[in-house]
Design a protein around this ligand. Structure first.
Ligand code: MN
Ligand code: MN
Ligand code: MN
Length: 280
């Protein structure tokens, strides 16, 4: 039997994953994952189902989330890990953001209509299981035959500098870190490469987040090179952060649960993160 593994980053149908939460957990158990966190984008919607399934499969479940944050450059996601379900004030803040995001999608559809694109908001909403966002507007544009593909939708209408774009009204990086901490959680910077920052700028940015309460940074991810691992490990060491990670599993055709690259994510990572949850 394969050794026990820890995976602290994956997705279900509660956000943009392909499998329902219970199936993600069942697959994780089959992959010898003994500690799992489900970290759907901007929702706790899958947590209860996953926690139930984890109890049935004898998998330790850590409540988690992956927050979309207003990035200073590139894109930024912040993971949060919690000792219990429905952490407040974050759960309420997400409900509010979900309403705002739906408004944003509505405004985009209005702009598209002004541009002569006869897309209906109902057709966008029908494509979203959870929060309605810009990707769903893009999908609806493709489905309606208004554009050739998703890229075309962004290039012609939806990218930040295009005519149907609506500014993002999300949390700033420091607000996101502070909200996770206030909610009793442990904030962790996801995939630092997505920030597209040179090393010096990334170092200053992580230093500011650490002052705000950041407790971890993703080091163990399957796509990280040895150079990524060593750069992010030293960044973690410099700022007293836990080197965390996960598979970022979305669907079986793309990746495997429990695959956090080599060497794998250490099994004491969840304990080390939760030991610092809620402490700014
Ligand atoms: Mn995703
Ligand atoms: Mn992400
Ligand atoms: Mn993810």
């Amino acid at each position: 039997m394969a050794r026990a593994r820890t995976d602290l980053h994956c997705h279900s149908t509660a956000s943009d994953g392909e499998l329902p939460p219970a199936e993600v957990v069942a697959m994780a158990a089959a992959e010898s994952v003994s500690t799992l966190s489900l970290t759907d984008h901007d929702t706790f919607g899958g947590q209860a189902e996953a926690a139930d399934a984890a109890a049935r499969h004898g998998v330790r479940f850590v409540h988690g989330i992956e927050l979309s944050v207003k990035a200073p450059s590139g894109s930024m996601h912040l993971l949060g890990y919690f000792p219990g379900a429905e952490p407040q004030p974050l759960a309420d803040a997400l409900d509010e953001m979900k309403r705002r995001r739906a408004d944003r999608a509505r405004i985009m559809v209005g702009k598209l209509n002004d541009l002569g694109v006869a897309l209906r908001y109902e057709d966008v909403e029908a494509l979203a299981d959870g929060p309605v966002g810009r990707p769903h507007v893009a999908e609806a544009l493709v489905a309606g035959g208004f554009v050739a593909d998703r890229q075309d939708a962004f290039d012609r209408y939806l990218a930040d500098d295009r005519p149907a774009a609506v500014p993002h009204a999300g949390l700033t990086p420091v607000e996101a870190v502070e909200t996770v901490v206030e909610s009793g959680g442990a904030p962790v910077l996801a995939h630092p490469n997505s920030l597209a920052m040179p090393a010096g700028a990334l170092g200053r940015f992580v230093s500011d987040l650490a002052s705000a309460g950041l407790v971890g940074i993703e080091v163990f991810r399957p796509e990280h090179t040895d150079a990524d691992r060593s750069a992010f490990t030293s960044l973690a060491d410099r700022h007293g952060l836990v080197a965390s990670g996960g598979s970022d599993f979305h669907r079986p055709s793309d990746s495997r649960l429990g695959d956090t690259g080599a060497p794998p994510l250490p099994d004491d990572t969840a304990d080390r993160l939760l030991a610092r949850a809620g402490a700014a």
